[in-house]
Design a protein around this ligand. Structure first.
Ligand SMILES: *Cc1c(COP(=O)(O)O)cnc(C)c1O
Length: 364
């Protein structure tokens, strides 16, 4: 029996081992660890990759989103719309600022926020729409941009799963007013620990976030804002500069795997993910649905195939949000019972993919 882990990061980084070793060496040789040349260089290349003017490296994806909300000055009494099936970090970035997250159901075919559900949730207190390019599929932004213009709302992208995905020829990170990225090791662009970034075309917002990530200070010991300590360190920035060069090629390998899964998985117990446009998806996760999900997961585990559930408990059912536990978001709840993420990584081999497909097709 072949054993296929859900995700093994070691061989992913091993592909670039020599260059990563050299980058780490360079940081040690220079002897400068925070807010130096490496972060400046990475910010430039990542901004240009995303097609925006500014990138600000921060400590992680949650902070990237939290600092955007803070920099806009949103706080208690302000509402921000967010999909009901997202990862908890999206929601936390809003509530950590004292704002109210307002949940909007997703389109169950794409897993992304349903643009047709947004307008009904807008009130005089609404300030922004936080879209999430969930599982790596860029949100189709047309209707959402029109709604944001009509009501004067900001669009904040949670691009933590969407590095390099395109909508209308433009990359995530450039599709709204500001975007938060995560470079957590398992993301499509991942470092060797925690990392994150904000991208934007707004020079004032970028300047403010540069201060906020560093104690609210541009000039040492002069504090303009109640900031945070949230810096992307030099080592992680150096590693990210190496890996960014290969992001498009890695994403292309993921697309090939996804094409194979979509063409070959033929089991009537499985619903395959809907793709709105091949370039829009960078397959951070390959998520299928099944009404027999738990049975299927157990069967695959018995056959040596690792899978995961993203996510088993929707945010409104979490203990941390007990004030929401009585509410009902039926689509988010159904998805939490039906979704299953299959092995997906740029180093998955043909033999491994074929084995996954063969086992799934034999599940009856
Ligand atoms: C990973 C992730 C985050 C948070 O990023 P961290 O770097 O782990 O803080 C936020 N939103 C989504 C959708 C994510 O997948």
């Amino acid at each position: 029996m072949i054993k296929i882990p859900f995700l093994d990061l070691k061989p992913v980084n091993e592909q670039y081992r020599a260059e990563i070793d050299a980058a780490i060496q360079r940081v040690l040789d220079r002897g400068w660890y925070l807010l130096g040349q490496e972060i400046t260089d990475f910010e430039h290349v990542f901004a240009s990759y995303c097609g925006v003017e500014h990138c600000v490296g921060v400590a992680n994806g949650l902070d990237a989103l939290t600092l955007i909300v803070q920099a806009y000055g949103f706080g208690p009494g302000d509402e921000i719309l967010v999909p009901s099936n997202t990862y908890i970090a999206t929601i936390l970035s809003i509530s950590r600022n004292g704002c109210t997250p307002v949940l909007v159901e997703p389109d169950e075919r794409t897993f992304n926020i349903d643009p047709d559900e947004i307008e009904a949730k807008i009130t005089p207190k609404t300030r922004a729409i936080m879209v999430v390019h969930l599982y790596g599929q860029a949100v189709q932004m047309g209707k959402i941009q029109a709604i944001a213009r009509k009501y004067g709302l900001k669009i904040i992208e949670d691009a933590a799963q969407g590095h390099g995905a395109l909508w209308n020829g433009k990359r995530t990170g450039s599709l709204g007013d500001a975007a938060g990225f995560s470079f957590y090791p398992g993301k499509n662009l991942g470092c060797l620990g925690d990392g994150g970034a904000v991208t934007t075309n707004d020079p004032e917002l970028a300047e403010k976030i540069r201060a906020l990530r560093n104690y609210g200070s541009h000039v040492k010991y002069q504090n303009l804002y109640k900031g945070a300590n949230s810096r992307l360190d030099e080592l992680q920035a150096a590693v990210l500069s190496v890996k960014l060069k290969y992001l498009d090629a890695d994403n292309e390998k993921r697309r090939e795997i996804a094409r194979f899964y979509r063409a070959e998985i033929l089991n009537p117990n499985v619903i395959l993910p809907t793709v709105e446009d091949e370039n829009a998806h960078i397959w951070h996760l390959f998520v299928i649905r099944s009404t027999r999900r738990d049975e299927l997961q157990k069967y695959l585990a018995e056959n040596g195939i690792g899978t995961q559930i993203h996510y088993p408990i929707p945010p409104h059912k979490q203990a941390a949000y007990s004030e929401w536990n009585h509410l009902s978001y039926p689509i988010a709840e159904r998805l939490s019972r039906e979704v299953l993420s299959l092995p997906m990584s740029p180093v998955l081999t043909k033999v491994e993919m074929e084995y996954v497909v063969e086992r799934i097709n034999q599940f009856g």
